[in-house]
Design a protein around this ligand. Structure first.
Ligand code: B12
Ligand code: SF4
Ligand code: SF4
Length: 370
């Protein structure tokens, strides 16, 4: 199995027993009770199965946890200084890992199944499985204060996958916490998404806001988002354990350089067809064009580039209220007088209450001609 995992490009493989995360049910319940999942309603379903592998599959005896490195080269935060460009997080500027890893997990699981009288099931990300606590129990790494699994050899850059099996495999030793007194990941978060170490309030996390959240993004978070238009890597990048990470080897996960630091003015012009074409096969396609352009307009509003005001104004009649709302916000930030001049007309014809609220912004009222 180890040889197959290595030939499939996995960087780490270890085993946990099926009952190795007894703390998980209470932690998951506490996290959900506090509302930290926001509108990810799917996190509230099948919680007993999620928190305990033996509930999801009573016949399972062992869990094989696998990690695949997606470490890049260079500084993933450099793009944050290029305010007229969009920052797409490192995991998303490549082929969708779900598609790549699932097939590879099946290949590794096939070796186990070939032993005879052994059943296997493979999971990556979307199933009710708590991959990080299981990976910690198996010894792949530990959940850092940013809650992501950190490995002493691969830093924060491991995609995780799981094979549940009816085989009784000897478990590996769990990894212990090596965060010590470090707080770098907590300190850098632009939207203060950590109420405490090891706890993430997803509702405040840019990854959640730009990828999972389907509605309007609250004013409170817009400035903090900066030019991050899909996901966020800040808390991962600053982890000192990344210094041991080597660039990812798996060619099917090779970075698509053309998605690095794309000009916001070009992104704002994407329609449904051109959006799908540009992001075909990547995780970005999952948000759909409207939510993505919502994010792009927030980045435009944060750019400080008056030249981008035209890109925002071009979208004030977009069919999507998500887009129209952020077009109004971005225009107000970049060209307040122009926004004030347009506001009365927009308020008279805009059918959507949330979009009207953007045009009725008190800062604009001050600029309207008496
Ligand atoms: C929901 C989800 C999200 C949500 C919520 C994230 C979260 N931290 O829970 C959002 C959309 C915000 C998100 C963002 C990201 N995600 Co995500 N996500 C998931 C998913 C589907 C479930 C995670 C989950 O169960 N959360 C629920 C909570 C309860 O679990 P928890 O994180 O383990 O939190 C508990 C621990 O912190 C634990 N705990 C551990 N030690 C200690 C110690 C103490 C003292 C205490 C009190 C608690 C504690 O208790 C917490 C509850 O209080 C997993 C895939 C999977 N099926 O597991 C991917 C997954 C975690 N995501 C992943 C990635 C890559 C990301 C991003 C980096 C993407 C990006 N660049 O934008 C960011 C990282 C943001 C961050 N700092 O977490 C990877 C992480 C790989 C890794 N090495 O860990 C996963 C595993 C997907 C995969 N298959 O590779 N994600
Ligand atoms: S991914 Fe970004 S926004 Fe989310 S917790 Fe980490 S630093 Fe904060
Ligand atoms: S940045 Fe520091 S506190 Fe955060 S996960 Fe890494 S070692 Fe732990």
């Amino acid at each position: 199995m180890l040889a197959r995992a290595e030939s499939e490009g996995f960087s780490a493989v270890r085993v946990a027993s099926v009952d190795s995360i007894p703390q998980a049910p209470a932690r998951l319940a506490g996290w959900l009770d506090a509302g930290n999942h926001g509108d990810m309603a799917w996190m509230t379903e099948r919680t007993a199965e999620r928190a305990a592998p033996g509930v999801l599959w009573p016949e399972a005896r062992s869990v094989v946890m696998l990690g695949m490195s997606y470490a890049g080269e260079g500084d993933p935060l450099a793009v944050l200084g290029q305010r007229d460009r969009g920052a797409i997080s490192l995991y998303a500027r490549r082929r969708d890992y779900h598609d790549v890893i699932k097939g590879k997990l099946k290949s590794v699981a096939g070796v186990l199944a070939a032993r005879g009288e052994v059943d296997v099931k493979v999971f990556v990300d979307t199933a009710p499985v708590m991959e990080k606590p299981l990976a910690e129990a198996a010894g792949l790494g530990w959940q850092g204060k940013h809650t992501v699994l950190v490995s002493r050899t691969h830093g924060s850059w491991l995609f995780l996958g799981a094979i549940y099996t009816t085989a009784e495999l000897p478990p590996d030793a769990p990894e212990r916490d090596h965060c010590g007194s470090c707080t770098r990941c907590l300190d850098i978060c632009p939207t203060a998404a950590f109420p405490a170490p090891y706890q993430l309030d997803a509702r405040r996390c840019i990854a959640y806001l730009t990828i999972e959240h389907q509605g309007h993004i609250d004013t409170e978070f817009r400035e903090g988002i900066g030019n991050r238009i899909f996901g966020c890597d800040d808390c991962l990048v600053v982890c000192p354990w990344n210094k041991f990470a080597q660039a990812a080897q798996e060619t099917r996960l090779a970075l698509r350089d053309e998605l690095d630091a794309l000009p916001l003015a070009e992104l704002a012009m994407l329609d449904d067809a051109t959006f799908r074409k540009l992001f075909a096969g990547t995780p970005v396609k999952r948000t759909g064009r409207d939510r993505f352009i919502r994010n792009v307009l927030i980045a435009i509003g944060n750019s400080g580039e008056p030249a981008l005001a035209a890109s925002a104004e071009a979208l004030i009649d977009d069919p999507s209220p998500l887009v129209r709302a952020m077009a109004a916000w971005a225009l107000l930030r970049l060209a307040p007088e122009r926004a004030a001049a347009l506001a009365p007309g927009r308020l008279a014809c805009e059918p959507d209450a949330d979009v009207r609220a953007e045009w009725a912004n008190p800062d604009l009222r001050k600029l309207e001609p008496a």
